[in-house]
Design a protein around this ligand. Structure first.
Ligand SMILES: [Zn+2]
Length: 292
């Protein structure tokens, strides 16, 4: 009898060890893509982490946000950015980039070929130069992989756009198996038209709306072609531009597209296993906070 009990205890102990190992394995092999829309007030900063832990940071908010973004990344134990992107030379996108370049190991750095006569822009160039980073051109047709499983494709600028910074916005489609995210910087109607004409496959499950939900971006035609399940807007609560604009909010409501917005919800994280996308947060409202 004693022997039987000993054997049973032994079997139970082996079972327990098996369970705890399994738990450990699950923790080690994180098989999800995660996309973090970091709350940088009025601006953009999006962190993408591939299932094999490669990192891409698209934009870094304005000059005041570098440290906030650094702290966010450090909390996730990130010391290296595999792909850094400055979508276009406006301060609310590239302001914090010099600080990020100075504080992290950077592998590749992409920006469109558009210069800007501001200290903020020069600071980015100086930081890149001091680090020995060459700037790769972000333009239509550029493709790269983020780790072994995630594909990235730059869809804009389709051509040269003169003096308007927004029109030069690098637009990036990121795909993990059957699911895609579209990050549009501050791309405008004209870019949307050009991307549609380019014949690129724009269909995406999550759309980060162009230009903080401005009425000069996200045409109905573009929205219908992208056909997202979820929309995201990055902006400051009650910002002086009135972003997101009424027209954009109305359009999202018309198509019943759940809207996530950093002005209401702070940092927003999406998880994707290649077949489905989920988040811990409930969608935000379609409320307009401007005064027009
Ligand atoms: Zn912007």
């Amino acid at each position: 009898m004693k022997k039987i009990i000993t054997v049973l205890i032994l079997i139970f102990a082996i079972f327990l060890v098996g369970c705890s190992n399994k738990k450990l394995d699950n923790n080690i092999s994180n098989s999800n893509l995660t996309v973090h829309f970091i709350d940088v007030k009025q601006g953009d900063s999006t962190l993408i982490i591939s299932p094999d832990n490669k990192t891409m940071l698209i934009d870094a908010g304005d000059n005041s946000q570098g440290e906030n973004i650094k702290n966010y990344l450090k909390k996730l134990n990130i010391n290296k950015i595999d792909v850094l992107v400055g979508t276009h030379p406006d301060a609310d996108h590239i302001g914090g980039l010099d600080y990020i370049i100075n504080n992290f190991e950077i592998n590749s750095f992409y920006m469109p070929r558009k210069s800007h006569n501001t200290k903020t822009f020069k600071d980015v160039l100086i930081a890149a130069k001091n680090k020995g980073l060459t700037i790769k051109e972000a333009k239509y047709g550029v493709k790269f992989k983020l780790g072994n499983y995630v594909k990235c494709e730059i869809l804009n600028p389709v051509k040269k756009y003169g003096n308007d910074n927004n029109l030069w916005s690098a637009v990036i489609k990121t795909t993990y198996n059957n699911k895609s995210f579209l990050f549009t910087g501050d791309a405008e109607f004209k870019n949307e038209e050009d991307m549609i004409k380019s014949g690129a496959n724009l269909k995406s499950d999550v759309l980060k709306l162009g230009h903080h939900g401005s009425s000069t971006s996200t045409s109905e035609k573009f929205l219908k072609i992208v056909n997202p399940d979820v929309a995201v807007i990055s902006c400051k609560y009650k910002n002086k531009y009135g972003h997101p604009h009424k027209e954009t909010l109305k359009l999202l409501k018309k198509y019943n597209i759940p809207l996530y917005r950093t002005d209401e919800q702070g940092n927003i994280v999406f998880y994707c296993d290649g077949n489905k996308i989920w988040t811990d947060k409930k969608p935000g409202t379609y409320n307009y906070y401007g005064n027009k």
